[in-house]
Design a protein around this ligand. Structure first.
Ligand SMILES: NC(=O)C1=CN([C@@H]2O[C@H](COP(=O)(O)OP(=O)(O)OC[C@H]3O[C@@H](n4cnc5c(N)ncnc54)[C@H](O)[C@@H]3O)[C@@H](O)[C@H]2O)C=CC1
Ligand SMILES: C[N+](C)(C)CC(=O)CC(=O)[O-]
Length: 323
C-alpha cells in the first residue's frame, strides 16, 4: 500500500480473500478463512489442485466445527479460479503460499502486484525469505508483506508479520490488524530476521535433532518423546523464557543465569549445521515412518488437529469467531 494509496477497505471490512498456491499451507489458509466466514478464491497451477484442496478443507472442517464456525461460514463459499488474474480480481486481501523457491516467489509476487487492485495488501507465507529479497521485481512493492503461518494455519493461531525495505509501514499495520480480525495471534516485527522469530527458534532445535540422528545419539522417536513428554508440555502455555525463570526458583531468571549460564555457554556455541546427506535424510525418513506405524497421513492430521484443539481448550484459548 503506497503511502498515498489507501487500501480499498478497512481490515474489518474484508469480504473476499484470494489464496494463491493451495498445498499444505495454502489449503490450510483456505480452510481458516472459510471457517471465519470469508468468501475465498483459490488458484493453483497443478492439475489436481482443486481435488486436493477440497479434500484438505473437508478433512479440516470437523476440527473447525468443533472450535466454532463464524456465522455464514461454509465450504461452498470457496471458488476455484481458472487464472491467477481472476483469482485476485475482486480480492480484498491476498495470501500467497507457493513453493519456497526465491525466483518463483519474486516473479509470482510481481505478477500478483500487477493483477491485484491498487492498495490491496499481498502477504507471503514464506517460512524464511526476507520480503526485501522477494519484492525486487514487483512494481507497487509497498503493499507486499510476509505473513508467516504455522501448520495447520486453521488451528495454530500465530502469524508473524514483517515488511521488506520497500514495504509501506501502513501495509504491515493493515495486515497485522486484518489477521487479528480474522482470528489470528499476531506478532508484528519491526525488522527482518532470517527465519523470523519462531522458525529461528525451531531451526536451533531442528539442527540439534539432526545432529543427534546423524551421529546415532538418539532415534527420531527419542527426539519426539523428549519434547512431547518434556518441555513441549510447558511450552504450550508458558514460553521458554518464563519456564526457565522458574528454573531459578525464587531467585528467578537472575539466579538461573548466574547458576547455569557458565555451563550453558558451551552448548550455545559448539555446534554447526549438520550435513544433510543421503544417509541422514534416509534415517529421518525411516524414523518418521516407524514412528507413524500403521497410521496414515489422514490419521496423523486428525490426531494432530484434535491434540491442538485439546491444548487450546485446556489452556482457555479456543478462539472466538469473527462475527
Ligand atoms: N509446510 C509448512 O509447514 C509451512 C510452509 N510455509 C510456507 O508456505 C509456502 C507453501 O508451502 P507448502 O504449502 O508447504 O508447499 P506445498 O508443496 O504443499 O504447496 C505448494 C503449492 O503451490 C503450488 N504452486 C506451484 N507453483 C506455483 C505458482 N507458480 N504459483 C502458485 N502456486 C504454485 C503447487 O501446485 C502446490 O499446490 C512456502 O512458502 C512455505 O515456506 C509456511 C509455514 C509452514
Ligand atoms: C517446516 N517449516 C520450516 C516450513 C515450518 C514453518 O515454517 C512453520 C511451522 O509450521 O512450524
Amino acid at each position: 500500500m503506497p503511502e498515498n494509496t489507501p487500501a480499498p477497505c478497512a481490515p474489518e471490512d474484508v469480504r473476499r480473500v484470494a489464496c494463491i498456491g493451495a498445498g499444505v499451507i495454502g489449503g490450510g489458509w483456505v480452510a481458516h478463512f472459510l471457517a471465519r466466514g470469508y468468501d475465498v478464491t483459490a488458484w493453483d497451477p497443478a492439475a489436481d489442485a482443486g481435488d486436493r484442496l477440497r479434500r484438505l478443507v473437508a478433512a479440516a472442517w470437523p476440527a473447525l466445527e468443533q472450535i466454532g464456525l463464524a456465522d455464514g461460514a461454509s465450504q461452498d463459499r470457496l471458488t476455484l479460479a481458472p487464472t491467477l488474474a481472476e483469482a485476485v480480481a475482486d480480492a480484498d486481501f491476498v495470501q500467497e503460499s507457493a513453493p519456497e523457491q526465491l525466483e518463483l516467489k519474486r516473479s509470482l509476487l510481481a505478477e500478483l502486484a500487477a493483477a491485484t487492485r491498487p492498495g490491496v495488501v499481498i502477504a507471503s507465507s514464506t517460512s524464511g525469505y526476507p520480503m526485501t529479497d522477494m519484492q525486487t521485481e514487483a512494481e507497487n512493492a509497498g503493499r507486499l508483506v510476509v505473513g508467516h503461518p504455522f501448520n495447520p494455519p486453521y488451528l495454530i493461531p500465530l502469524v508473524e508479520v514483517v515488511g521488506g525495505e520497500q514495504t509501506d509501514p501502513g501495509a504491515v499495520a493493515w495486515a497485522s490488524r486484518f489477521y487479528g480480525v480474522a482470528g489470528k495471534s499476531v506478532i508484528t516485527m519491526d525488522r527482518e530476521l532470517p527465519g523470523f522469530i519462531a522458525n529461528r527458534l525451531q531451526e536451533a532445535l531442528w539442527r540439534e535433532a539432526l545432529h543427534m540422528v546423524a551421529n546415532g545419539e538418539a532415534t527420531v522417536e527419542d527426539i519426539d518423546a523428549s519434547i512431547t513428554e518434556g518441555p513441549g508440555l510447558r511450552w504450550a502455555f508458558m514460553g521458554p523464557c518464563l519456564t526457565f525463570a522458574l528454573a531459578g526458583g525464587e531467585g528467578g531468571m537472575a539466579h538461573m543465569l548466574d547458576h547455569f549460564g557458565p555451563s550453558l555457554k558451551s552448548p550455545w556455541t559448539r555446534l554447526e549445521a549438520p550435513e544433510l546427506d543421503r544417509a541422514l535424510r534416509d534415517a529421518m525418513v525411516d524414523g518418521c515412518r516407524e514412528a507413524a506405524g500403521d497410521r496414515t497421513y489422514a490419521d496423523l492430521v486428525a490426531a494432530r488437529d484434535q491434540g491442538v484443539i485439546d491444548v487450546l481448550r485446556a489452556t482457555g484459548r479456543l478462539g472466538s469467531t469473527r462475527r
